[in-house]
Structure formats: structure tokens, C-alpha cells
Design a protein around this ligand. Structure first.
Ligand code: UDP
Ligand code: MG
Length: 150
């Protein structure tokens, strides 16, 4: 895999905010070396949640997913770095916390698939689509590769 600089869209879901885990989770991403390009706290409307999870429309878990993700404030972030999409997915762990290994975010903080703490885009294309739901172009700050080597 070549070391492409990528950006990925990460959500700290309502359970993370409610349990006051935002600082700890953001610290894990920062310590790994990912750069924050954008960050905000917001509460999703059902319309925004429907845009975000459009790929899951019609699945049995969709109604409860939308209810949960709109149930309280979330933190949305754009994280940037070499291979950021894959690195964040690896750090998150498996979707089902039963399968998420210790040392991953879901493995360390989550018990249930329905409240699994964190979202990360599954591809660069998804990241671009999802980022536009949360941030204007002006809100996403360009971060430079040199910052890794300072
Ligand atoms: N989800 C669920 N039940 C399922 C599958 C998914 O509640 O059977 C929820 C879970 O919170 C997951 C989200 O829907 O994080 C989106 O599912 P996806 O398969 O995209 O997983 P992710 O990309 O978040 O790992
Ligand atoms: Mg997904």
C-alpha cells in the first residue's frame, strides 16, 4: 500500500459523548499521528442521519440506528494522514464489539453493536461524501505532510 495522504470522517457517537469519552478517544487518534482537519459537536437531524447512513436504508437495524445516532450530541471530525481511512478503521475495531479486539476503540469501550462508540468512513469516496454532510469546504483545514516530521 502506498502512503497516500487521505482524510476520513470520524464520528464520536452519542454514547461516546454521553459517557464523556471524547477526550480519550481523540487523544488516541492524535497519539497515533492523525491530524485534526475539522472538528465540531452537533446533534444530527433525522434528515442528516438518513444522508449519512443511506447505504443501510431498508435493513432491519436502520430505524434503531437512526434513532440512536440522532438521540444526543455527537462529535464529527475530519482526520488526515497517510492511509487515514484504513488506519482509523483498524483503530476502531470490528463493528460488533463482541469481535472487536482489546486495544481497539470498540474493543476497549463498547459492548453492543447498536452503541459502538465510533464511526469511520470505509473508503476515500465515502469519506468525501460523508464529510460534505458535516462540514463546508472552509471548515476543513488543509494539513501539511511536513507536520509529521517536525
Ligand atoms: N449496526 C447495527 N446492527 C447491524 C449492523 C450495523 O446496529 O447488524 C449499526 C452499527 O452501529 C454500525 C452501523 O450500524 O456501526 C453502521 O453499520 P456498518 O456495517 O456500516 O458498520 P461500521 O462501518 O460502522 O463498522
Ligand atoms: Mg460503515
Amino acid at each position: 500500500m502506498s502512503d497516500h495522504i487521505e482524510s476520513t470522517l470520524v464520528l464520536l457517537k452519542p454514547d461516546a459523548v454521553q459517557r464523556k469519552l471524547c477526550g480519550e478517544i481523540i487523544q488516541r487518534f492524535e497519539r497515533k499521528g492523525l491530524l485534526i482537519s475539522a472538528l465540531k459537536l452537533l446533534q444530527l437531524t433525522p434528515e442528516m442521519a438518513g444522508r449519512h447512513y443511506v447505504e443501510h436504508v431498508g435493513k432491519p437495524f436502520y430505524p434503531s440506528l437512526i434513532e440512536f445516532i440522532t438521540s444526543g450530541p455527537i462529535v464529527a471530525m475530519v482526520l488526515t494522514g497517510p492511509n487515514a481511512v484504513k488506519i482509523v478503521r483498524t483503530m476502531m475495531g470490528a463493528t460488533n464489539p463482541v469481535d472487536a479486539l482489546p486495544g481497539t476503540i470498540r474493543g476497549d469501550y463498547a459492548m453492543l453493536m447498536s452503541c459502538n462508540i465510533v464511526h469511520g468512513s470505509d473508503s476515500v469516496v465515502s469519506a468525501a461524501r460523508e464529510t460534505a454532510i458535516y462540514f463546508s469546504e472552509q471548515e476543513v483545514v488543509q494539513r501539511s505532510l511536513e507536520e509529521y516530521y517536525e
